[in-house]
Write a protein that binds this ligand. Structure first.
Ligand code: ATP
Length: 349
């Protein structure tokens, strides 16, 4: 539905050119919750602003439903934006804020009233309709901003870090709320965040960005289990990186152990394996990778066991915390480590 084709956005002049977007091509499907995820400064907001029409690309095109809209001004695009700062009118009531866009479009008064009532119900703010927005909590203001952006029934809603001003508990509630709103309205959401957990829990698909480039696009599960490079693997969730070289039948780690069944055409690669994919076995387990427990970090339901392999490489293993009275591993223990080769990913970059 939305397509960016070879988009480049450069800011500045002469020696001070920043390529905020460096040849980004992406397709976002109708009705999906799509998240642009990446660290600060990677170009997420710039891409959002190009879709909204607030910025013109230096090169490339933006298409909507197959039509080139690169030159269309923002107000003529069926796209609305929710900003981090909400940008509500403090002197207007909740209902007036929600109806504002519709009034500006010159819609009939009865239609404005009907849609405003629908939107108030959608975001569960009916009892607040006549309050000034300055008298609302952060979470309530966020709901007004969402209702105002949804009222003109845009085809696409762009959300630029809309939850970042909220405290953790409210943020979690609003994550569920946003997902519900997207499912109920069927509107295509393009959501920007630097929070990987938020991206994993809310999105149908995620586009991971770094330094103006799109690194990977896929479902949360794809991105988590099959990261295509080191950046994606380390930005999303915790992981282990182990240098490895190809030998007959598999890949050999620095400690000498061979992970069978994995291959590469490169002379050296990095193996990445998530902490929860590794099992701890007894020290006399012949086929396992020998390791020593160096420290344990308790996280409530989970415990992170930091291990050292014989070549000094560090590995983190996540295990369920033992029930009280039950013995777990202890610092200094010698153990074996095992994982399914299919759970590991070979990174060739
Ligand atoms: P954040 O999460 O911090 O908002 P972001 O991923 O959204 O970051 P952008 O705001 O898209 O990143 O910025 C990408 C790069 O482009 C940054 O290096 C930024 O400094 C630069 N940039 C953005 N807007 C402008 C501008 N108007 N003029 C000059 N440089 C800009």
């Amino acid at each position: 539905m939305i397509e960016a084709r070879h988009t480049v956005k450069a800011f500045g002049q002469g020696d001070h050119i920043v390529r905020a977007l460096d040849d980004v091509s992406i397709t976002i499907n109708k009705g999906e919750f799509f998240t642009l995820l990446g660290p600060s400064g990677c170009g997420k907001t710039t891409l959002l602003r190009l879709i909204a029409g607030f910025e013109m690309p230096t090169a490339g095109h933006i298409l909507l439903d197959g039509v080139d809209i690169t030159d269309l001004p923002p107000n003529r695009r069926p796209v609305n934006t929710v900003f981090q700062s909400y940008a509500l009118f403090p002197h207007l009531t909740v209902a007036q804020n929600i109806g504002f866009g519709l009034e500006m479009q010159g819609r009939p008064r009865a239609e404005v009233a009907k849609t405003t009532a629908e939107m108030l119900a959608l975001v569960k703010l009916e009892p607040m309709a006549n309050r000034k927005t300055s008298q609302l909590s952060g979470g309530q203001q966020q709901r007004v901003a969402l209702a105002r952006a949804l009222a003109p029934k845009p085809k696409v809603l762009l959300l630029d870090e809309p939850l970042s001003a909220l405290d953790l508990k409210l943020r979690k509630e609003m994550q569920v709320e946003l997902k519900r709103l997207q499912q109920e309205t069927g509107i295509t959401f393009v959501f920007v965040t630097h929070d990987q957990e938020e991206a994993l829990t809310m999105s149908d698909r995620i586009g991971v960005m770094s330094a103006g480039k799109l690194q990977q696009v896929g479902s949360p599960k794809d991105i988590y289990t099959r990261p295509v490079n080191r950046f994606v693997a380390s930005f999303i969730g915790e992981t282990n990186f182990l240098p490895a070289t190809p030998v007959a039948g598999g890949l050999q780690l620095g400690c000498g152990a061979v992970v069978e069944g994995l291959t590469t055409a490169k002379p050296s690669v990095t193996l990445t394996i998530r902490p929860e994919q590794i099992r701890i076995t007894p020290a006399d387990d012949a086929g396992a990778i020998p390791a020593t427990v160096t420290s344990l970090v308790y996280f409530g339901t989970d415990t992170h066991c930091h291990m050292a392999l014989s070549d000094g490489a560090e590995v983190v293993v996540r295990v369920q915390s033992p029930a009280s009275g039950e013995a777990g591993v202890r610092t200094g223990d010698s153990v074996g480590l095992r994982f399914q080769p299919a759970a590991a990913q070979v990174l060739e970059d």
